[in-house]
Design a protein around this ligand. Structure first.
Ligand SMILES: C[S@@+](CC[C@H](N)C(=O)[O-])C[C@H]1O[C@@H](n2cnc3c(N)ncnc32)[C@H](O)[C@@H]1O
Length: 251
């Protein structure tokens, strides 16, 4: 019954997730008010759940602490919340690290057959269903800019926007991106995840991190990651973040 209500009503979904997020952020960091406030600032700009946001922030902090060379990159940015936490970790460390943000900023492409029935059902409902605005996944560039430059006051000179479909933009920009310390993939579908790995994995430095938001949630994402790792004979030690997210360190 509760799940049906969640599927049908956008406001209930949003309130439910906000409540869960705030509880997790508060109890997870109850003696760290600054960090709690930071999470509250990014909350309206992300659809990522607390555990995976905390993972993005903590891995970025670790990269700073261990002085791992390279940019922080996210493929699949939406309104920028998860990427902003990584950028904020760089700002706290005063590292002037480059932050690259790749997205169409116009929403998700269509899933393909590799994404399975669940993805197809999700996509087919997105023009008419009551959750259409969430399902279309449109994060306008202006929202990302508001979060980065007004809300969090990040340095515009360090932030690079790669607007467009990954398939067009990544082959063109990967040279400019250069070394990557943290690569966060959050693009839901098989083709998008595959394209991001094929174009950017080689830029990740040894000791750098790859974070995959949807591995346990969307079957096409898992398929793309598993196929890529096996095609390169990479034995990745995948660490679970929560039911969906995984990450690993490049050897
Ligand atoms: C789940 S949202 C990202 C959530 C975000 N990381 C956050 O903090 O809330 C997925 C994003 O991937 C983008 N996307 C997926 N495939 C893409 C592709 N092939 N090219 C460009 N953008 C893509 C969509 O536009 C959407 O903004």
């Amino acid at each position: 019954m509760f799940k049906v209500l969640l599927r049908k009503n956008k406001r209930i979904v949003e309130t439910y997730y906000k409540g869960r997020f705030i509880a997790a952020a508060f109890f997870g960091n109850s003696i760290h008010p600054q960090r709690f406030l930071l999470y509250m600032k990014v909350l309206p700009y992300t659809m990522v759940e607390y555990e995976r946001l905390a993972n993005a922030y903590e891995v970025a902090q670790l990269a700073e602490k261990n002085k791992i060379a390279g940019a922080f990159v996210e493929c699949g940015v939406w309104k920028g919340g998860a990427a902003a936490l990584m950028a904020h970790a760089a700002k706290e460390a005063k590292s002037r690290r480059k932050i690259w943000l790749f997205d169409s900023f116009e929403g998700l492409p269509e899933p393909t057959k590799e994404d399975g029935l669940q993805a197809r059902a999700y996509a087919s409902d997105r023009d008419s269903g009551r959750l259409a605005s969430i399902q279309k996944c449109v994060g306008p560039l202006e929202d990302v800019q508001r979060l980065f430059f007004s809300v969090l006051q990040l340095n515009a000179e360090d932030i690079y926007f790669g607007k467009g479909w990954f398939q067009d933009v990544l082959p063109r920009e990967k040279q400019n991106v250069g070394e990557i310390a943290v690569l966060r993939l959050d693009a839901d579908w098989y083709e998008s995840t595959k394209c991001a790995l094929e174009n950017l994995y080689d830029n990740v430095v040894p000791g750098g991190y790859i974070l995959i938001d949807d591995y346990g949630h969307w079957e096409g994402c898992k398929k793309a990651v598993d196929e890529f790792l096996s095609s390169r004979n990479i034995k990745a030690n995948l660490q679970r973040v929560d039911y969906a997210g995984v990450y690993f360190q490049k050897q």
